[in-house]
Each structure stands twice: as structure tokens, then as C-alpha cells.
Design a protein around this ligand. Structure first.
Ligand code: IMP
Ligand code: MG
Length: 181
């Protein structure tokens, strides 16, 4: 697995430091509110588990699984809900936690959907942001790192379901996906 990585883009230490900072900011911003974390599976679960431990107020967590990608490295634009929430979100201050905001199609769809279910507020926290890849009109309220349009893996992000367990964010060697797509 490590041999497939071209370079480390964001180290484990940098991820740790940033997650702590984001947790402190979210703690401040949500004190006195009804924070509900919604983690977007599968990619968001690694960041969510670190982020929620850096948040020092009560923060229940829910999971949603959506897919916009299939197994290729380009967005299909089709968003499908594969796992829905287990609870009502009426009156809650929802914080959607994602691995990467890329085209924005997934989060644009998701935030609209959650709004129709009566959330009091909806914000987005993403560990990675690819600002130049946007197709939908959506921005994150909390961003870990802005990156270029390279396809990256690790810290929850996968290629064909692999590499999610890398503790850093890295760029795959191009021959890895050229061989398998
Ligand atoms: P969007 O709808 O295009 O913003 O894409 C969101 C989803 O695409 C993310 O939650 C990821 O699962 C996936 N994705 C986007 N860019 C990457 C990447 O560089 N590596 C791995 N997955 C990615
Ligand atoms: Mg994802």
C-alpha cells in the first residue's frame, strides 16, 4: 500500500494539528446550540472520529452514506442515498462532516435535503477542499486544507475502497489508477 504513494501531501502531524484547531473553533461557535454531527460515509468517518474528540461540547453523531462516484476517479454527478439518518433533525444545528469537497454535487444535494427535514441550521466541515473543481454552488464553513485537483487517498479517502487507512493524505502514483480504472 505504501509503495503506491507518489508523495505525502498532508502529514499525520499536520492533520492532527488542524483537527484540533477546527474542534476548538466549532466548540466556540456551537456553545449554547443543538449541535448534531452528520458524518458522510464512508470517506468522512476517519476525520469525524478525530474531529468529534476535539469538540468539547455535547455532540451526538449520525451517519449518512451517499455515493456520487462509483469506482472511477471522476464525479458522475449522480447522488444516491445508501444509508439514511436514524433520527429526526428538526431544530438541530447540523454540522455535515466530509472528507473532501470536490465538485460539491454531493454536499449541495445533501444540504438541500437536510434543510427540507427542518434542521435549524446547516454548516459544512471538510478536511480537504478542492476549490477549483466546483460544479455546484456550495462552500464549506470549516475547511482543513485547500488542495489542487490531484486525486488523493488516505485519512478516509479511497481509491477502489483501498488506502482509507493511511494515516496521511497522499497522492497515488498515476500508474496505480491507470491500470485499474
Ligand atoms: P463531490 O460531490 O464531487 O464534491 O465529491 C465528493 C466525494 O467524492 C467525496 O466525498 C469523495 O468520496 C469523493 N472524492 C472526491 N475527490 C476525491 C479524491 O481526491 N480522492 C478520493 N475520493 C474523492
Ligand atoms: Mg466521501
Amino acid at each position: 500500500m505504501y509503495g503506491d504513494i507518489e508523495k505525502v501531501l498532508i502529514s499525520e502531524e499536520e492533520l492532527k494539528k488542524k483537527t484540533k484547531e477546527l474542534g476548538e473553533k466549532i466548540t466556540k461557535d456551537y456553545t449554547g446550540k443543538n449541535l448534531l454531527i452528520i458524518s458522510v460515509l464512508k470517506g468522512g468517518f476517519v476525520f469525524t472520529s478525530d474531529l468529534m474528540r476535539a469538540i468539547k461540547i455535547s455532540a451526538p453523531v449520525e451517519f449518512m452514506a451517499v455515493s456520487s462516484y462509483g469506482s472511477s476517479t471522476k464525479s458522475s454527478g449522480v447522488v444516491e442515498i445508501r444509508k439514511d439518518l436514524d433520527r429526526d433533525i428538526k431544530g438541530m444545528d447540523v454540522l455535515i462532516v466530509e472528507d473532501v469537497l470536490d465538485s460539491g454535487l454531493t454536499l449541495s444535494y445533501l444540504s438541500k435535503l437536510l434543510r427540507t427535514r427542518g434542521a435549524k441550521s446547516i454548516k459544512i466541515c471538510t478536511i480537504l477542499n478542492k476549490p477549483q473543481c466546483r460544479k455546484a454552488d456550495v462552500e464549506a464553513d470549516y475547511i482543513g486544507f485547500n488542495i489542487g485537483d490531484d486525486f488523493v487517498v488516505g485519512y478516509g479517502l479511497d481509491f477502489n475502497e483501498n488506502y482509507r487507512n493511511l494515516p496521511f493524505v497522499g497522492v497515488l502514483k498515476s500508474e496505480v489508477y491507470e491500470n485499474k480504472v
